[in-house]
Write a protein of this length. Structure first.
Length: 94
């Protein structure tokens, strides 16, 4: 193998591999920050009953476009502050 082919495979992961979530905006009171709540349906570990898991994510919204109650798509990114590790990709529904 040549050295050129080795360096190409060792490149950093592309943006396509980052996690994405869809959720509802539950707070937009902070400057350039949203709180997005996602609901996931998963089976209970022991009993198998489907339960809802609700999780909150802090996301960066540069233009402060998203409003309370909007359905949005967020993507994983580098740490932007103590709690923010996500950024707003698009507003799906107003």
């Amino acid at each position: 193998m040549s050295e050129d082919s080795n360096t190409a495979t060792a490149a950093a992961p592309s943006r396509g591999l980052r996690k994405e979530r869809v959720g509802q905006v539950v707070s937009n009171k902070m400057a350039k920050t949203l709180v997005v709540e996602t609901t996931t349906r998963v089976p209970h570990a022991k009993f198998g009953k489907i339960i809802k898991q609700v999780k909150r994510f802090y996301a960066h919204d540069e233009e402060a476009k998203a409003q309370l109650g909007d359905t949005v798509r967020i993507a994983e990114t580098r740490p932007l502050s103590k709690l923010k590790r996500w950024r707003l990709v698009e507003i799906i529904k107003h």
